[in-house]
Design a protein around this ligand. Structure first.
Ligand SMILES: [Mg+2]
Length: 350
């Protein structure tokens, strides 16, 4: 089957809460949707999100790459999708999320041709999946209160807090969140995400205070700068909380490096940053080395998020699920065969 067209649509949606992390804050999400159409009329959809993590990938830059890609892939057989993706990854290695969006669209178009649905492709193991919900780093107590209550009312049990790296501010946020959760839920789990905001010193200080206060933390994502390998070695040695790397690891190559340096307990895999083929390799490598697996997302609509839902449900391999971006925007209850019954996604599959 031949690739006939690549078309593009920009989506901008207001977020229900200020999305604030140690890397920056935003009030709306912006993505570029990609549609790959084949000569028999079938198609695949993908999403190229924007994120503080990859600042080069602006809407303009994404669109430029898509225009280039369209010329490159028109009239090529969809069966070549793996080679096309490899070529794009080399050509645009500074634009991983853009290539991943194109890859998901190509992958879905390819699956249509070979007659396999995405959930089956990944193994069709789980019928449902429980996600956490992210609490942005907010200093406005009313805003924290109302977003936490939104999550509690929706039925979420696992809360992932974004921290700033400022120990005093972070302890204030943590104590507020603990207070609200203890008052209104019978049981809950807390995960933390530093988004590179800490140094080894501030991380260890925070850990110390959290221990004294008796806070129980399930895992801590990316405390230090993504390239601070010596710092990560130190905190891996002294941390009592499992360390999960996110921004440090975009590819299987980077995953192999962090494994050989022994600086983490797990890795956050996102289709939006690594695409399909690399995510698959990374899962295999992580499993072989007994790392914990988290699946995450960017600020994405269901076009992109669903790729992660199918992957996580299909493989059934993930210890921590953080696929909550859809709850930041207005959404429906059903998308194809995925039903949203927070905190779960259910797959309707015969
Ligand atoms: Mg993260």
């Amino acid at each position: 089957m031949i690739i006939k067209n690549l078309s593009v649509k920009t989506v901008i949606k207001p977020l229900k809460v200020l999305f604030s992390t140690s890397l920056g804050s935003k009030e709306e999400m912006m993505s570029v949707l990609v549609k790959i159409t084949l000569d028999n009329g079938s198609y695949g959809l993908g999403e190229c999100p924007t994120s503080f993590v990859s600042k080069l990938e602006t809407i303009e830059a994404i669109k430029e790459i898509l225009t280039y890609t369209k010329k490159q892939i028109q009239n090529k057989p969809i069966e070549d999708f793996e080679e096309i993706v490899q070529f794009l990854r080399r050509r645009f290695f500074m634009y991983p999320m853009t290539v991943s969006g194109i890859e998901v669209a190509l992958f879905r178009a390819y699956l249509n041709v070979i007659g396999i649905d995405e959930y089956t492709y990944w193994g069709a193991r789980l019928k449902n999946l429980e996600t956490d919900i992210t609490i942005p780093f907010l200093t406005d107590l009313n805003a924290i209160n109302s977003w936490l209550n939104y999550g509690i009312k929706k039925g979420f049990k696992i809360f992932k807090l974004k921290l700033s790296g400022d120990v005093i501010q972070d302890i204030l946020l943590l104590s507020k969140v603990n207070e609200i959760l203890n008052d209104s839920t019978s049981s809950h789990t807390i995960r933390l995400d530093g988004n590179q905001g800490f140094t080894e010193k501030t991380f260890l200080k925070l850990q110390d205070i959290m221990e004294k206060k008796g806070y129980i933390i399930q895992c801590f994502e990316q405390p230090l700068k993504k390239n601070d390998f010596s710092g990560m070695k130190v905190i891996k040695k002294y941390s009592h909380i499992p360390i999960i790397l996110d921004e440090t690891v975009f590819s299987s190559c980077e995953l192999n490096r962090v494994i050989s340096e022994n600086i983490c307990d797990g890795v956050n895999i996102k289709v939006a940053k690594s695409g399909i083929l690399e995510s698959k390799r990374m899962i295999e490598i992580a499993k072989r080395h007994k790392l914990k697996l988290m699946i995450g997302c960017m600020t994405e609509t269901m076009i992109g998020l669903s790729a992660g839902i199918y992957l996580a449900c299909g493989t059934g391999q993930f210890d921590f699920v953080d696929l909550d971006s859809i709850y930041y925007i207005r959404h429906k209850r059903n998308y194809g065969n995925i039903n949203l019954v927070p905190p779960f996604f259910f797959i309707n599959w015969a």
